[in-house]
Design a protein around this ligand. Structure first.
Ligand SMILES: Nc1ncnc2c1ncn2[C@@H]1O[C@H](COP(=O)(O)OP(=O)(O)OP(=O)(O)O)[C@@H](O)[C@H]1O
Ligand SMILES: C[C@H](N)[C@H](N)CCCCCC(=O)O
Ligand SMILES: [Mg+2]
Length: 222
């Protein structure tokens, strides 16, 4: 059965890409074919004459099949700023993105779509990531950056996902702050507060093997 998830975060830099790679690897180990999509990326460099984004390249590299870059990342903006500003001259067309998403869905069992920024990050003058999730009709997985303030950010985002009428399928704790005190207690507090399963805790790893993140994910709860 074809499945997909929208991976959002408590903020930009929350750990969405790491969480998405971990999920891709976990699904692959279940024998499923998986592709990742980064529909809108701001912060790109020229590679082979085209603008490319580091997250999208990672998703492309970890897919279980070969997919054209343009399908994975239809909107690649150079400046690392909010997409609605970066894309002023070539704004996101959500209908076009939806058609690319449907193309990807036809290619693999699972499509994991990484958002940009947090849940309400604007993708053009009128729409944001929550609108994209709704248009794609996807359940949502939240990457929570385990840092001071994360309890509030996680609860706010969970409430906002519910207000869109979308299913909150689960959350992943990403420990990307080496100075975080009481990380485990914070994860437990969020676990009690959220009405969605904890799918994994990715520990702080200054030099991680990005091919071995599946170890931290439990898909049984999904
Ligand atoms: N478990 C970890 N241990 C150490 N560093 C981490 C860990 N997880 C993520 N990071 C680092 O934290 C930063 C943010 O992670 P990531 O790129 O996954 O966030 P993001 O939400 O995808 O960001 P963006 O909004 O730019 O897409 C990156 O520099 C990444 O290398
Ligand atoms: C450049 C950065 N890494 C992301 N790609 C874009 C983050 C947009 C955040 C917008 C906002 O909510 O203020
Ligand atoms: Mg990312």
């Amino acid at each position: 059965m074809q499945q997909g998830y929208l991976i959002t975060g408590t903020d930009t830099n929350a750990g969405k890409t790491w969480a998405t790679l971990a999920l891709m690897q976990a699904f692959k180990r279940q024998g499923k074919t998986v592709v990742g999509m980064k529909p809108v990326a701001s912060g790109c460099r020229i590679e082979g004459g085209k603008l490319k984004n580091e997250d999208a390249l990672l998703l492309q590299a970890h897919a279980s099949i070969s997919v054209d870059y343009e399908l994975i990342n239809p909107y690649a903006y150079e400046r690392p700023i909010s997409p609605h500003l970066a894309g002023k001259d070539n704004p996101v067309d959500l209908a076009l993105l939806k058609s690319r998403f449907l193309q990807l869905q036809a290619l693999a069992d699972i499509v994991l779509v990484e958002g940009a920024g947090g849940w309400y990050a604007p993708i053009n003058a009128r729409e944001d990531i929550s609108d994209l999730a709704l248009a794609f009709g996807l359940p949502v997985i939240l990457a929570v950056a385990v840092k001071l303030g994360c309890i509030n950010h996680a609860k706010l985002t969970a409430q906002a996902i519910a207000s869109k009428g979308l299913r909150f399928a689960g959350w992943i704790a990403v420990c990307n702050d080496p100075d975080m005190v009481c990380a485990e207690d914070n994860v437990s507090t969020i676990q009690s507060a959220l009405d969605a399963p904890l799918l994994g805790v990715i520990p702080y790893q200054p030099s991680a093997d990005l091919n071995a993140l599946h170890r931290f994910i439990n898909l049984d709860a999904l």
